[in-house]
Design a protein around this ligand. Structure first.
Ligand code: HEC
Length: 306
């Protein structure tokens, strides 16, 4: 016994010190904390295995001891000429262990559970399910209930909470993205929300000089194909942002966010082809987008992005 015990201890101690030594070496050579943790985890698992080994050893020892005493007792009873009682499997014996594992009917009693079905010499026996399996199965049912109420249901709430947080973060990110737009990166916004926002700004700040329908009065006609400062969305954005020096068209960058300027620029682009009544006569140069307007902008962007 003591030899087994000693060697187990030795093995456990050795694996622990080996693990710790490796852990130290690892941190010294600049290995990540994760790797050190892994080594410690490995040491713990090794120790647990050793502990398991010790428990099994203990089990065998108790079992042997019991057997010896049983044998002695039977010899004593025999010597006294007494009847030997039939003993059931004691706890901490192989028989008990086997019972838990298999609950088999002994080979010699198999006839009692023969269902009478025979196929090519293979008989069907009505054995019980192995208890470890059966109770394990019951345990999974109990665990499923526990899991459902303790983890599954709350995790739905957690999921929704996370989604809300993500939605807020996404909105914030999009706002930031939109506000980092400048005259080099701006693209035509086509979604209804952006165009509606652009319309609102236009009617509030710009219509006084450009008319609600973009037909122009103090400021030029924004619905025709003639532009003083370029008719591309990037040109329009630039004109709005920096204004036109010496003219009534002021720089709007101090009063509007980049997002708002992109929105109102996009809204202005929607005037094209609307032919408002009684328009201001064309000013500037005829602007023809290279190819069809949007793909041209896109291809420029795609090239720039490469
Ligand atoms: C006080 C009058 C006034 C207001 C308000 C005004 N503009 Fe202008 N805008 C002008 C004038 C005048 C010009 C022409 C400048 C020039 O002669 O170069 C102009 C030019 C423009 C151009 C360039 C047109 C071209 O042919 O290249 C755009 C685009 C424009 N304005 C958009 C806007 C927007 C958007 C707003 C509102 C945020 C706005 N303007 C508000 C007077 C105004």
């Amino acid at each position: 016994m003591s030899r087994l015990y000693k060697s187990s201890l030795l093995f456990g101690g050795f694996s622990l010190s080996a693990g710790l030594a490796f852990g130290q070496e690892a941190s010294a050579s600049g290995v990540t904390a994760d790797e050190v943790l892994n080594v410690i985890l490995f040491a713990i698992v090794a120790l647990a295995l050793v502990a398991l080994l010790l428990v099994i050893l203990l089990f065998i020892l108790v079992q042997n001891n019991q057997k010896e005493r049983e044998v002695a007792k039977i010899a004593e009873l025999k010597a006294q000429g007494k009847e030997i009682p039939k003993m059931g499997p004691a706890i901490l014996s192989w028989a008990w262990f086997k019972d838990i594992l298999t609950d088999n009917v002994a080979l010699e009693d198999e006839d009692s559970i023969d269902l009478g079905h025979e196929y090519d010499g293979i008989r069907e026996l009505d054995n019980n399910l192995p208890p470890w399996w059966k109770y394990g199965f019951y345990l999974t049912i109990v665990y499923a209930l526990v899991y459902w109420f303790v983890w599954h249901e709350p995790s739905k709430e957690m999921y929704e909470e996370e989604m809300e947080i993500a939605a807020v973060a996404k909105a914030k990110y999009q706002e930031q993205q939109a506000n980092s737009t400048d005259e080099n990166t701006v693209v035509m916004l086509t979604d209804g929300v952006s165009l509606a926002a652009g319309k609102e700004v236009f009617e509030m700040l710009c219509a006084a000089c450009h008319r609600v329908d973009g037909g122009g009065s103090i400021g030029p006609n924004l619905a025709d194909d003639y532009w003083l400062h370029g008719g591309d969305i990037k040109d329009v954005f630039r004109t709005i942002k920096y204004g036109v020096e010496g003219k009534q068209m002021i720089a709007w960058e101090d009063q509007m966010s980049a997002k708002e300027m992109a929105e109102v620029s996009s809204y202005i682009m929607t005037f094209a082809g609307t032919n408002p009544p009684d328009p201001k006569e064309p000013e500037g140069e005829l602007y023809t987008p290279a190819g069809s307007s949007q793909p041209a902008v896109d291809s420029v962007q795609a090239t720039a992005g490469l």
